[in-house]
Design a protein around this ligand. Sequence first.
Ligand code: ZN
Length: 241
Amino acid sequence: MYKRRKVLFFGSNLILEFLKGKNNFLKLKIDLHIHTNNSDSTGSVEEILERAELRGLDGIAITDHNTMEGVEEAKKKKTTLIVIPGEEIRTKQGEILSLGIRNYIEDNLELLEVLKRIHVQGGLAIIPHPTVPFFNRVRLRDLEDLPIDGIEIFSAITPFANFFLKRNIRLARNLGLASIAGSDSHFPETVGDAFTIVDSESRNIKDILNAIKECKTEIFGKSSEIKYKLRLIYRLFLKIY
Ligand SMILES: [Zn+2]
């Protein structure tokens, strides 16, 4: 079995740090799953950054399908936000959300190869929306043996997000993995509907990734409005990319 540190319960690692007197964390509010119009969102990078600032986020992760053009675009924009580079990668065995990678990873590779490429780049591999039926997902029974770093336990745009939350909390807990939340935004209006509070030592991306890996996270947010969920299903059905 893939060795992981066990999480006793949510926030337990934070309490341990507190007892050790290390409680000078920043509590950064970050939406860790956002698409731009470089893949299948209606929102430009500019609109998304603007919306994220308006919603009081400290940062976002740009995680387009099959491209990192949105990340490159964001780097050229003037913003106070932390922008974590990422990609949502389709593998032969399901989708993986990568955070903190530097170079684009292509689609349709073997899952283990993708996980290796993410980790070689110093990134994190997160399982997005793990229990939602019909989504292109990695088999739950395989998760225990995989070198993954976290579970997206709340994804605001997925249907019945609140219903799946309980199952996902159990899953992350049993696997001893970090819990994260994101909007999985495909429309600028839904940016920040869900987010993760990361207890990071600094605003540096490396520190943020380390904090996530060490389970120093809490999740917040609400399910996106039903009109956006329906619009996404319609767009996916028509394959509007
Ligand atoms: Zn997504």
